[in-house]
Design a protein around this ligand. Structure first.
Ligand SMILES: Nc1ncnc2c1ncn2[C@@H]1O[C@H](COP(=O)(O)OP(=O)(O)OP(=O)(O)O)[C@@H](O)[C@H]1O
Length: 584
């Protein structure tokens, strides 16, 4: 129950709703529990007439009409109050669920990239959906049914003891057995449900993967393998579902059995007590009704304790994420204008999850308004340099400064707002092209969007779509070609009119002719911007003011195109090789 303590703030936030729910719940239960007593009086009137104690039939009718009306009134009123109890408590649980989801989502947005590397997407999704759902069960049904149970047990016990303590003792005897067996049964059901859910998620993953990789599956004619793999998981899932249903099927028969035993005890012992003259026939009827009313609250004790245990475990998992402190956060509250001068001084960085030292003692200076190109084999650390400038990670050793300020002393929002970043993987949101372009410049008008698209040489493609800029790009932009996605992604960076523009190998999917046009446009746009271009093609970078050649995290060569192409080394070799390729 430790983890659930974290949620007490929600009890405070919604205290009036909870309090109203509690009061209405108590009132509705007390009212409902009067009904057996009204029935008792009716039955006693019949019994008295049968025995001849009351000779006048009309007195019996009158008594019955009175209790009929009382039963009707109590039933209606308690029904209305139950409705309002649910309105208060269950609706509040939905409000808490909403708040909690938002709290977790906000935390997700604050956490650093490293957190996302360490945790799987499925896990992140589970905490915000399944775990929050379980915690909601604690706030809603668990609280409401616990209240019902407590009130029902107290009121019924008092009413029963007042009538006949000995019959009460006999009547209550089987109920704890009911509670304990429901507790174990629902624990078993929970275990089996967890397994069923695991298989369900395996099935979903198998289906999702085969849909995403449908092209590869077809190209390699492995449809049968995919079908067999799915069937295998589906078969296991079916077995686990059957096991679960078998146990679930026990739940209601068990309850009915225990109610039956309770009724038998009351009829037998109550009958004897009636014959012996300790109680009336109406009392026996009343006890039978109490047994039936008590069964559900007693069964609920087992069920609710399971809900609370699960909610506690879920909240513990949620707290694990909520307690993570973002590794990189904005600690500077003042505005810090971003200057375009970038300096790296002996920068070393190791990714702590893979222990790969991606940058080793890197030093360079990039003047405001100039263009730096970075070249190097795959895995040589090019994107890592960008990760450092955008502060997705913090360096281990050395110093990065922008302007004359250490990067850590800059307002993080200012820093990121002043960077236009085009990543290697052109990710587009499932939204219109227009909204994808103005993602970082929400107030951009139509003409600015068009201009950015023109500069990224994608406007002529967009206008050909029937929906134009309103064209929806599906999940990860599936309706666009690789090159088109890259260019939309470039337009998204250009529209921000950033101080620093970073292009991470983002022209790899466009042909050389298109590349030339975009580079020409960029030359004009980036005149006063600090630009970093990463590319494997010399043609993309030869006009840069300086070029870094990286190898295994170290700077292998540094200079302009003219300097590097005239000395023996990696750059010259690559240049000559690409010239030959272009000529052939
Ligand atoms: N987020 C990460 N977590 C752990 N290791 C990483 C991460 N990103 C990169 N690495 C590792 O760091 C090294 C440098 O990677 P980086 O992405 O900087 O190379 P790159 O030169 O940009 O490569 P490419 O041209 O293929 O994009 C690689 O060995 C890579 O495996």
């Amino acid at each position: 129950m430790k983890a659930l303590r974290q949620l007490n703030k929600y009890f405070i936030k919604y205290k009036y709703r909870f309090l109203a729910g509690v009061i209405i719940c108590i009132a509705s239960n007390i009212l409902k529990l009067q009904i057996p007593d009204f029935i008792k009086h009716s039955v006693d009137a019949f019994d008295a007439y049968a025995k001849g104690t009351i000779a006048d039939k009309s007195v019996v009718y009158e008594t019955n009409l009175k209790y009929f009306l009382l039963i009707l009134g109590a039933t209606l009123l308690s029904g209305i109050l139950t409705f309002f109890t649910r309105q208060m408590i269950i609706v509040t649980s939905r409000l808490v669920e909403f708040d909690l989801k938002n709290e977790i989502y906000q935390q997700y947005q604050l956490l650093s990239l490293n957190f996302y590397k360490k945790n799987r997407t499925g896990d992140l999704m589970n905490r915000i959906s399944e775990d929050v759902g379980k915690v909601r069960m604690y706030f809603g049904p668990a609280i409401m049914y616990s209240l019902n149970t407590v009130v029902a047990i107290i009121v019924i016990m008092v009413l029963m003891i007042q009538t006949d303590p000995i019959l009460t003792a006999y009547t209550l005897l089987p109920l704890p057995i009911l509670s304990i067996s429901i507790y174990y049964l629902s624990r078993l059901i929970h275990k089996k449900t967890t397994i069923v859910q695991e298989y369900l998620s395996k099935l979903t993953t198998a289906a999702q993967e085969s849909f995403a990789g449908v092209r590869i599956i077809k190209a390699y004619t492995t449809e049968l393998d995919a079908i067999n793999k799915f069937e295998l998981v589906a078969e296991k899932s079916k077995q686990k579902n059957i096991e679960l249903f078998k146990i679930q099927a026990l739940f209601f028969p068990l309850m009915i059995l225990l109610i039956g035993i309770g009724n038998l005890v009351v009829i037998y012992v109550g009958g004897l007590r009636y014959i012996e003259g300790y109680i009336t026939l109406g009392d026996v009827t009343k006890f039978i009704m109490y047994v039936n009313i008590l069964t559900w609250p007693m069964a609920v004790i087992g069920w609710v304790s399971n809900i609370i245990q699960q909610a506690d475990a879920s909240q513990a998992r949620i707290n694990e994420f909520l307690d993570v402190k973002p590794e990189i956060k904005n600690t500077i509250s003042t505005q810090t204008p971003i200057d375009g001068n970038i300096t790296f001084k002996n920068v070393t960085f190791t990714y702590d999850d893979t222990n790969i030292t991606a940058l080793k003692n890197i030093s360079f200076e990039l003047e405001k308004g100039k263009t730096l190109a970075i070249l190097g084999k795959t895995g040589s650390g090019k994107s890592t340099i960008i990760n450092m400038i955008t502060r997705l990670y913090d360096i281990d050793k050395g110093m990065i400064s922008i302007g004359n300020t250490a990067i850590k002393d800059l307002n993080l929002d200012n820093l990121r707002q002043s960077i236009g970043y085009v990543p290697q993987d052109a990710f587009l949101f499932s939204d219109s092209i227009e909204n994808n372009i103005k993602f970082g410049a929400k107030n951009a008008g139509k003409s600015e969007i068009k201009q950015a698209a023109k500069d990224a040489y994608i406007d002529h493609n967009i206008v050909e779509f029937t929906e134009g800029y309103k064209t929806l790009v599906g999940e990860r932009g599936v309706t666009l070609s690789g090159g088109q996605k890259q260019r939309v992604s470039i337009a998204r960076a250009l529209i921000k009119n950033p101080e620093i523009l970073i292009l991470d190998d983002c022209l790899s999917a466009v042909d050389t002719e298109t590349e030339e046009i975009i580079l020409k446009n960029l030359e004009r746009i980036t005149k006063n911007k600090t630009t970093i271009i990463i590319s494997h093609r010399i043609s993309s970078i030869k006009h840069a003011d300086s070029i870094l050649v990286l190898d295994e995290g170290k700077i292998l060569q540094k200079g302009t195109h003219e300097q590097l192409s005239s000395v023996e080394g990696f750059y010259k070799e690559l240049y000559e090789q690409q010239l030959l390729e272009d000529a052939s």
